[in-house]
Design a protein around this ligand. Structure first.
Ligand code: S3P
Length: 438
């Protein structure tokens, strides 16, 4: 464990550039590894989760290398040509690697063992096991449909039409990736839209993919299998989920003004910006442009007097990873913030509803946990008192980073029990925070 007490600091001043988007980074490596020829990626997130994906694709025959310039070069094997890995695939802490790779392997003649850390081994995999079994894959999972598990891919796999029972981009993507090497058309029906990076990137690599809206307003996404992917040059935009910690920090620490460059603002990801603006946050979009087929802007964020609001549950999928950061903002706002419809947060790297309730309470915030959310009464801009003992982060990077921000906005600081998980998604987080606060 690597504990750290995050002490009151600020104002935060300066400009930062957050690392590449985690979701897009995973997908660049996976699709690059399936295209025949050389894919080049700049701005790839070099976090542990993405490195787990890179290691797995290497184990299945692709060449995935980092040049000294920081650019990544991937030489793919072609759809249908992934090789049998010689050892279990260690997914570390990464649910995205696990679920998307299960999809890829499900339609290849490969048997693979998936393992992960204590957090990942608690997370439900039934949500991908069910549709991938319908496509012909065979699973031997640990109790409750968890890791470690063995997956025997189907060859050929059977195309399915599947209606998502949970709003999950990981489940959607697993099925679409399985569809890549499945004869015929594989269809996913998505009643609630989730992040669409897979759809954008599959099209970019030349897959035949259509998106329609049915009579009930659901998205119907179809992919034609036995696809041939063409290698691409990809620039990964900055991760809005990483930017969120610094957006909140700049909003809550008095006197702050921070420019966060190159933030991905895909509408399926940008819910946090909308909600923080509704709370009164000053977040200005500067120089809007397109990077790698995704909308991007620099965000100028200034300290603001935030007000509590009722967060519309319809916005949850577009900010599903940002609630821990939002809870910190709510703890320092004036009045009550109510969140509902957050059931999915209970099955992330930790149960983010109860873990954040305990963490913020320990830091002196007024928090009430409900079945599917938190009700938070903010301090009205006064710093949080701070924590006595260490906050338990349960191997969850986003809990650690959120409570670090709570610490700099506190009177006596907040101690986080373990900062190591931060490296899964944002290895330079602490260095950036220290530099902005200096
Ligand atoms: C991700 C999808 C989300 C998100 C995760 C990354 C992705 O999970 O929480 O961090 O890259 O597809 P769900 O789609 O399961 O909600």
């Amino acid at each position: 464990m690597r504990p750290r007490r995050f002490l009151p600091a600020g104002p935060l001043k300066g400009r930062i550039r957050v690392p590449g988007d985690k979701s897009i980074s995973h997908r660049s490596i996976m699709l690059g590894a399936l295209a025949v020829g050389e894919t080049r990626v700049t701005g790839l997130l070099e976090g542990e989760d993405v490195l787990a994906t890179a290691a797995a694709m290497r184990a299945m025959g692709a060449s995935v290398e980092r040049l000294e310039s920081g650019e990544w070069v991937i030489n793919g094997v072609g759809v249908g040509a992934l090789l049998q890995p010689g050892a279990p695939l260690d997914m570390g802490n990464s649910g995205t690697s696990t679920r998307l790779l299960m999809g890829l392997i499900a339609s290849h003649p490969i048997t693979a063992t998936f393992t992960g850390d204590a957090s990942l081994s608690k997370r439900p995999m039934g949500r991908v096991i069910d549709p991938l079994s319908d496509m012909g894959a065979i699973f031997e999972a640990s109790e409750g449909g968890r890791l470690p598990l063995i997956l025997k891919g189907a060859s050929p796999a059977v195309p399915i039409t599947y209606r998502l029972p949970v709003a999950s981009a990981q489940v959607k993507s697993a099925i679409l990736l399985a569809g890549l090497n499945t004869p015929g058309i594989t269809t996913v029906i998505e009643p609630v839209p989730t992040r669409d990076h897979s759809e954008r990137m599959l099209r970019g690599f030349g897959a035949e993919l259509t998106v329609e809206t049915d009579a009930e307003g659901a998205r119907v996404i179809s992919i034609r299998g036995e696809a041939e992917l063409k290698p691409q040059t990809i620039e990964v935009p900055g991760d809005p989920s990483s930017a969120a910690f610094f957006i909140v920090a700049a909003l809550v620490v008095p006197g702050s003004e921070v420019l966060i460059e190159n933030v991905g603002l895909n509408p399926t990801r940008a819910g946090i910006v909308e909600v923080l603006r509704l709370m009164g946050g000053s977040i200005e979009e500067v120089n809007p442009r397109e990077v790698g087929g995704e909308p991007v802007a620099d965000l100028l964020v200034r300290h603001s007097a935030l007000k509590g609001i009722d967060v519309d549950p319809a916005i949850v999928p577009s900010m599903v990873d940002e609630f821990p950061a939002l809870f910190v903002a709510a703890s320092l706002a004036e009045g009550v913030t109510t969140t509902t419809g957050l059931d999915e947060l209970r099955v992330k790297e930790s149960d983010r509803i109860s873990v954040m309730a305990a963490a913020l309470t320990a830091a002196g915030a007024a928090v009430r946990e409900t079945e599917d959310g938190l009700v938070i009464t903010g301090t009205g801009g006064q710093p949080l008192p701070g924590s006595q003992g260490a906050i338990a982060t349960h191997l969850d990077h986003r809990i650690a980073m959120s409570m670090a921000i709570a610490g700099i906005a506190s009177r006596s600081g907040v101690e986080v029990d373990d900062t190591r998980p931060i490296a899964t998604s944002f290895p330079v987080f602490e260095a950036m925070l220290d530099e902005l606060a200096a």
